[in-house]
Design a protein. Structure first.
Ligand code: SF4
Length: 367
């Protein structure tokens, strides 16, 4: 850890920022869309500190594993059951689908493998003659590595089941739904490193909402909240960049170019949300030989007709829309645990429920 990291964790500075926020005398709800931000808020007790300062913090649809729909998970399970080698990140295989998870499919003898990167998936494809399907999950942060892999002409037995999603459209949708009054948004640092500042500007304008792009250290998120509160108290609605040491206005042009080359925006559903315009990423025609949905269309036909329902009592949909905090779910710590998750928000390390559970407040009073 460098000197700077210590500085960004300096408790006395954090308390100074909290004092300045408290002095603004606000009573506001702010949202962020990032598991790493939520981890910082919860790990350092900043969410409780901010609550005392009049700021309620909620994590919205900011966990890629959590927002992947049951239908997409079922597609992967169906392909595993059809004899394909399905390769995925660890959290994804544990998310319960219609009839069990990918991990359950593996227990039944299907070839489901866990990897840490898409390069590992390519290595598996090179070792086998079987069809290898990579379940590609993630926002603009991970989509560039999927794009880079496809541009580099992977083995012919390799394909991608793309579940990549874009953050700006879901923010637009969330604000448009107006289910709860959100006073400001902390934009995700990692995603913003790729997409830059510009895509958020339209959203601030359209919904008259302040936004601040923030980094991940305690002082970053506290400064982010402070900057948001300052805008709120002044009646401003612009995009500010607290994380300027990593995020440039135009983003990462190389990564953006790669994504444009490989993906087209597509309307997709998110867990907890109806179809959101241009919020997904489908492979462009040039890459259709690597598109698992095209290559394995026949096997996936049955999934199109399937109906999906939420497990009884599970309130993941509302957690993902930022309507409730995890403790409000009747199953939180009472039937739903990281070791026995009912919904995806308790599976993923980026999920609001697992983060809340991890930091030991499962017995906290309901809010
Ligand atoms: S506690 Fe479990 S069931 Fe309830 S919202 Fe969280 S993940 Fe879903």
């Amino acid at each position: 850890m460098g000197m700077n990291a210590f500085r960004y964790r300096d408790r006395s500075l954090v308390n100074k920022v909290a004092k300045s926020i408290r002095e603004m005398n606000l009573n506001v709800l702010i949202m962020h869309v990032c598991g790493t931000h939520q981890d910082t808020f919860a790990r350092y007790g900043l969410d409780n500190l901010l609550k005392e300062c009049g700021v309620e913090v909620r994590q919205g649809p900011g966990c890629p594993v959590c927002v992947t729909t049951p239908r997409e998970i079922e597609e992967a399970i169906v392909l595993a059951k059809a004899g394909k080698t399905v390769v995925s990140f660890g959290d994804m295989v544990r998310v319960p689908g219609k009839n069990g998870s990918l991990l359950d499919a593996r227990a039944e003898g299907r070839d489901v493998r866990i990897v840490y990167s898409i390069e590992d998936a390519i290595a598996i494809a090179k070792e086998t003659e079987n069809d290898v399907v990579f379940l590609a999950v993630g926002f603009e942060t991970t989509a560039p590595s999927t794009a880079a892999t496809l541009v580099a002409e992977p083995p012919e037995n390799f394909s991608v089941l793309t579940c990549h999603r874009r953050i700006p459209p879901v923010l637009d949708a969330l604000l448009g739904m107006g289910e709860t009054k959100i006073d400001g948004i902390i934009d995700p640092g990692h995603v913003s490193t790729i997409i830059g500042v510009k895509p958020y500007e339209e959203i601030s304008k359209k919904h008259n909402i302040p936004q601040v792009i923030a980094g991940f250290e305690p002082l970053d998120v506290m400064m982010g909240v402070y900057m948001l509160c300052r805008q709120i108290s002044r009646g401003e609605a612009k995009v500010e960049n607290e994380y300027s040491r990593s995020v440039r206005y135009g983003g990462n042009s190389k990564a953006l170019k790669l994504m444009r080359e490989v993906f087209d925006p597509v309307d997709v559903e998110w867990r907890g949300f109806p179809k959101i315009p241009a919020s997904g990423m489908e492979l462009r025609r040039r890459f259709q030989d690597y598109d698992a949905r095209k290559i394995h269309e026949d096997e996936l036909e049955a999934v199109k007709e399937m109906e999906f329902s939420t497990p009884p009592g599970c309130r993941c949909d509302e957690v993902l829309r930022g309507l409730i905090r995890p403790q409000k779910c009747p199953l939180f710590g009472r039937g739903c645990y990281p070791s026995h998750p009912v919904g995806p928000c308790m599976v993923s390390i980026e999920g609001a429920c697992s983060i809340e559970y991890k930091y030991g407040r499962r017995m906290a009073p309901r809010v």
